[in-house]
Design a binder for this molecule. Structure first.
Ligand SMILES: Nc1nc2c(ncn2[C@@H]2O[C@H](COP(=O)(O)OP(=O)(O)OP(=O)(O)O)[C@@H](O)[C@H]2O)c(=O)[nH]1
Length: 543
């Protein structure tokens, strides 16, 4: 099921087939209704009409025609009640409400094109929307003084702020420019109705007070975050990072274990359609290999399987320490709440009852996978800079060297150290030093490729790993970065200052192991410092 192209093609094919037979279904509805005008006491015919509506409601939901689902459900609900309560069938044939519902349903089936909302599941998954990397932030506020304070604070971090005081202009600008985030003055929060209809960048409420009712107002307006003024730029950008597609843009990877092939394939189709990557396992005995090969971010387990139960499988997975944090969702026809609770006690996170409702499944998987990814993100990152922490960047280095060896390709690493940083702390204070560190980290992130790994190696020292990069290329990239650093203006106590960096580079295959690379980059950095700072030096003879 990993082949996304074929999944989408399959899905398009079945959707087209569904659309193609909608007009015929409309005719059938009409024929049944007219027939029932002649034979109102024919219970079987009423039941046929009920089944027709019921199927349209299901199919409409599956294939993205929510209007058809809504209309068909009105018909099906009305008919089910009437048939169950043994209401007089002749009266049903004269029910004007039913006639109206049926008419709406026929219209929607005959002209389905304008009603398709197939993009909805993907759009609902905000994390998957592509927003181009941007250095633009928007402020929606009628107060110019708010703009001045924020703009000052964020300019030092390389972010430009634009203010809007009209919602429609803001909305148009968001669609056109995809800013990094939108700050919304709490007074304007309740005018942001469009948030519910579209995907959008992180929307963050700002307010002078952080009391319960103000925060609640922000939540109810659909805000993604809340900051009390004065807004600290570093904290704000770190928070935005946790919501951004760079951090979350990769599709979720879901492993589905179900001995019932059709159920498993259906769940996989639904999730793939919402932009996720799935792997279906019908034989629970192969789960260990699949966990290693696929490295899922979430497990969807059927409870009742002949060979071993989903509950046993969840226990088995939880006993493998590397999967302790992977969310597990049970999928089962079990409706008894006590059984469901017992199942959850083995360490699962949620329980979805069959038959699968696509929307519910997508929402549950999205929520759990997103939470797990966010926790992971926080655990792997350095709190001040948002870069990978020391342990993680060291692990990435080992990994990058192994790949370079296997693929027989180049690899460069660079150690970046701020020059005379102690003076910044001494002169302006530690909090200003922190802000400078955060601004520099952001600049490295903005300038390097997504495939490069960037970590905080020590206090004011960063380690960058550039896969498939020769020393000459690394030199060019790092020197551009050095120049960009020296042009960044920082402000403190009304003064403006600049900070420079020294860089030491080392490259594979000149240096063969992670520790040799680190040693060589460190020695090169030392040379850069000794030779006058604000320069880039390559370790060993230049390749
Ligand atoms: N504000 C702040 N300062 C830090 C942090 N981590 C390390 N530092 C400071 O970074 C400074 C490093 O000082 P030194 O190692 O003497 O180096 P330097 O002043 O940058 O001089 P050179 O590296 O030789 O150019 C020390 O003052 C540390 O306190 C941090 O997280 N925040």
């Amino acid at each position: 099921m990993g082949d996304k192209g074929s999944i989408i093609e399959q899905l398009e094919a079945v959707t087209h087939a569904f659309i193609a037979q909608l007009p015929t279904r409309a005719d059938e509805v009409e024929r049944q209704w007219l027939g029932l005008q002649q034979q109102p006491d024919n219970r079987e015919r009423w039941q046929d009409l009920y089944r027709l509506a019921h199927n349209l409601a299901g199919g409409g939901g599956t294939f993205g025609f929510s209007n058809i689902t809504d209309a068909a459900r009105l018909v099906a609900d009305l008919l089910r009640t009437a048939l169950k309560e043994q209401q007089p069938l002749a009266a049903l044939a004269e029910n004007q409400q039913l006639e109206l519902y049926l008419h709406q349903l026929q219209e929607l089936c005959r002209y389905p094109a304008g009603n398709h909302n197939s993009a909805q599941p993907v759009a609902e998954n905000r994390l998957l929307t592509e927003v181009s990397p941007s250095r633009l932030g928007y402020l929606y506020s009628t107060k110019p003084e708010q703009y001045a304070a924020l703009s000052n604070n964020l300019q030092g971090m390389g972010i430009e702020i634009e203010r809007f005081d009209q919602c429609d202009l803001l909305q148009a600008a968001i669609l056109e420019n995809s800013p990094l985030f939108v700050l919304v003055d709490i007074a304007q929060c309740d005018t942001m109705g469009f948030l519910h209809d579209h995907s959008h960048p992180p929307m963050i409420a700002i307010s002078r007070t952080g009391d319960f009712s103000t925060r609640l107002k922000a939540v109810r307006s659909g805000m993604d975050g809340f900051f009390v003024e004065p807004v600290d730029g570093v904290t704000l950008l770190n928070f935005v990072d946790t919501l951004l597609p760079q951090a979350w843009g990769m599709p979720f990877r879901v492993l589905i274990v179900d001995d019932d092939r059709s159920q498993a394939e259906y769940a996989a189709l639904v999730l793939e359609r919402a932009g996720m990557i799935t792997c279906v396992v019908n034989d629970p005995a192969t789960i260990i290999e699949q966990l290693t090969a696929f490295s899922p971010e979430l497990l969807l387990l059927d409870i009742y399987m002949p060979q071993c139960s989903g509950i046993e499988l969840a226990q088995l997975v939880r006993q493998m320490t590397q999967y302790v944090n992977v969310p597990i969702i049970f999928l089962s026809a079990e409706h008894r709440r006590d059984r469901q609770l017992a199942a959850l006690q083995v360490g699962a996170d949620d329980f979805i009852t069959k038959p699968i409702i696509a929307k519910e499944l997508i929402a549950a998987v999205n929520l759990r996978a997103w939470r797990a990814r966010m926790l992971n993100w926080v655990m792997l990152r350095d709190g001040l800079t948002g870069l990978l922490n020391h342990a993680v960047i060291m692990e990435r280095l080992q990994h990058a060297v192994a790949i370079a060896q296997r693929q027989k390709e180049a690899l460069s690493i660079a150690m970046i150290d701020l020059d005379h940083f102690k003076q910044v702390n001494d002169q302006y204070g530690h909090p200003v030093g922190d802000r400078v560190l955060a601004a520099c980290s952001r600049m490295i992130q903005q300038r390097l490729r997504g495939s490069d790994a960037i970590g905080r190696y020590g206090g004011e020292e960063f380690l960058v790993i550039l896969p498939a990069t020769e020393s000459a290329q690394a030199l060019v990239v790092l020197d551009e970065l050095r120049i960009a650093f020296s042009t960044l203006r920082h402000t403190a106590n009304g003064e403006t200052f600049r900070v420079q960096v020294s860089v030491g580079i080392a490259c594979y295959p000149q240096f063969k192991t992670a520790s040799q690379l680190l040693e060589a980059a460190d020695a090169a950095l030392y040379r850069a410092k000794r030779e006058g700072r604000n320069r880039v030096v390559i370790g060993g003879p230049v390749g």
